[in-house]
Design a protein around this ligand. Structure first.
Ligand SMILES: [Zn+2]
Length: 283
C-alpha cells in the first residue's frame, strides 16, 4: 500500500514538474509575442496590429461574415510605438505603459471585438493577453492618477505624409474636453498643434472644423475611451506610410514623443494624485 502511495506521489510530482515547465514555456512564448510595460506615467501606448510573427500550425483567418475584415499589418507600428515609449521615458524620466502585439494580423486583430478578432484558440490566448494588459494599464492609470491618456498607434496609406486623429469625433476624449475645452485637442499645447508646428500634416488640421475624416477611431479607443466613464481619454493615431518607413521611424517617434510630452506637461497629472496611504505609527 505504502509503495503505491509513493508511486502516486512520484507520479504527481512528475506531472507537476512537467506542467510547470510547459506553463513557463507558454509564458515565455507569450512574452515574445506580446510586449507589455508597466508604466510610471498616466500614458498608455498600444499597437495592436503591426506584428510580423506567425503562430505555428495556426491557419490564417478567413473572415467569413466579419465586417471590416482586414489582414494587412500596419507596417512598423510595433517598432514605432516602442520607440515613442523609449523617447518618452527619456523626456519625462518615467516609463509610459506599453502594449504591443507582435503577431501578424492575419492570425489576430486586437483592434476588433472578440467575435471578429481571431478564429483559433491559440490566437484567443494572445487576444486575451493583449486586452488584459490594456485593462490592467487602464485600471492602474485611473486608480493611481485619476485620469490619463491612451494612444492607439496605427498606420494608413491614404495620405503618406499625414497623421489622422481618431476620437469618434470627440467621444473618446470627452473627459479631457469637459475639463479643459477643445484646446486640449487643437490648442497650442495639444499633441496635434505641436505636430503641426514641427511641420507634420494633421487631419483634420487644428484650424478647420473638428469633424474627423476616414479614421474616426476603432475598437480599442471605443472600448477604453473616457466616454466609458473612467477618466482615461483615448486617441487613435493613423500614421502615414512615409512617416513609418524605416528611414524615418526614429524621427517620427522622437517628434511624436516630444508632442506627447508637451501635452502631458500641460494636461496630465504626471505626478500621482495621492500617495498610497501610510500606516501611522503611534509612538
Ligand atoms: Zn490599424
Amino acid at each position: 500500500m505504502q509503495r503505491y502511495s509513493c508511486l502516486i506521489v512520484f507520479f504527481a510530482v512528475g506531472v507537476l514538474a512537467y506542467s510547470c515547465e510547459s506553463l513557463a514555456q507558454n509564458e515565455s512564448d507569450r512574452q515574445k509575442l506580446l510586449t507589455v510595460w508597466a508604466g510610471m506615467l498616466p500614458i498608455i501606448l498600444s499597437a495592436p496590429h503591426g506584428g510580423r510573427q506567425s503562430l505555428p500550425g495556426v491557419p490564417a483567418r478567413r473572415g467569413a461574415g466579419v465586417i471590416q475584415f482586414a489582414t494587412g499589418r500596419d507596417n512598423n507600428t510595433d517598432e514605432l510605438a516602442e520607440t515613442i515609449a523609449v523617447r518618452l521615458e527619456k523626456r519625462l524620466n518615467a516609463k509610459p505603459f506599453l502594449v504591443i502585439a507582435r503577431i501578424e494580423r492575419k492570425y489576430l486583430d486586437a483592434n476588433r471585438p472578440t467575435e471578429s478578432a481571431y478564429e483559433s484558440t491559440e490566437a484567443k490566448l494572445y487576444y486575451d493577453g493583449y486586452h488584459n494588459a490594456l485593462r490592467e494599464a487602464h485600471d492602474r492609470v485611473s486608480g493611481e492618477w485619476g485620469r490619463g491618456l491612451l494612444l492607439d498607434i496605427h498606420g494608413q496609406g491614404a495620405q503618406a505624409e499625414a497623421i489622422y486623429r481618431g476620437t469618434g469625433n470627440g467621444k473618446t476624449v470627452v473627459s479631457l474636453t469637459q475639463r479643459f475645452g477643445t484646446e486640449a485637442i487643437t490648442g497650442p499645447k495639444s499633441i496635434f498643434s505641436q505636430l503641426e508646428l514641427m511641420g507634420y500634416k494633421v487631419l483634420p488640421s487644428t484650424t478647420e472644423s473638428h469633424k474627423e475624416q476616414r479614421y474616426v477611431g476603432g475598437y480599442i479607443v471605443q472600448t477604453y475611451g473616457s466616454h466609458r466613464g473612467r477618466g482615461v481619454d483615448a486617441i487613435q493615431l493613423e500614421i502615414g506610410t512615409k512617416l513609418r518607413a524605416r528611414a524615418n521611424l526614429e524621427r517620427t517617434a522622437t517628434d511624436l514623443a516630444e508632442a506627447i510630452a508637451v501635452f502631458a506637461q500641460e494636461y496630465l497629472p504626471i505626478m500621482k494624485s495621492s500617495a498610497p496611504a501610510e500606516t501611522v505609527h503611534q509612538p
